[in-house]
Design a protein around this ligand. Structure first.
Ligand code: FES
Length: 175
């Protein structure tokens, strides 16, 4: 069509350019829909993301079966650096081995039924409560979970506390 002919039919030209614009719009919408579909398919087949990191998983120490801890006993765990104390009433506390005075490792002295710090002689009872200063506060604790009769201690977060309270004890569900 010559220029003179086009100028003769401006409405025809305008309809053609509108159709072309609509076609482009449809193509664009098709691309967006296809991209979304690909994203959905990818998300469906992609392996599920791990909810906890490897470091967090490693920080969870499997202490062992419930029955392997007798009431009124303290068990030391080298990995995780904590003591698992089972109280006389069957409850559990996971205690940090670090003295709250200046951080020395505090051993459990079974024959005296208490923790005695070798550095400045602070003493703590089985709950980690201070019974003799200079330690300014109770031993730190870790979170315990008991599932299917297995005791686990999460050593990723050490919780500071000023003193022992009964709310810090973890009990087996059927006790
Ligand atoms: S570090 Fe334990 S009493 Fe000083």
């Amino acid at each position: 069509m010559s220029e003179t002919e086009q100028n003769k039919h401006p409405e025809k030209e305008s309809a053609t350019s509108r159709r072309s614009l609509l076609n482009k719009l449809w193509i664009l919408l098709g691309i967006v829909a296809l991209a979304e579909l690909i994203g959905l398919v990818f998300a469906f087949f992609k392996p599920r993301m791990k909810r906890i990191s490897k470091a967090e998983r490693d920080a969870i120490i499997v202490a062992g079966p419930l029955d392997s801890f007798l009431p009124d006993t303290v068990t030391a765990f080298v990995r995780g650096k904590f003591y698992l104390a089972r109280l006389a009433d069957g409850g559990f506390l996971a205690l940090s081995r670090s003295c709250t005075h200046l951080g020395c490792t505090v051993p459990w002295v079974a024959k005296e039924n208490k923790f005695i710090c070798p550095c400045h002689s602070s003493e703590f009872d089985i709950t980690g409560e201070v019974i003799s200063p200079p330690a300014p506060r109770a031993l730190d604790i870790y979170q315990i979970t008991i599932e299917n009769n297995i005791v686990r201690v999460n050593t990723s977060k050490r919780k500071k506390r000023s003193e022992f309270t009964s709310g810090q004890i973890t009990y087996p569900k059927n006790t």
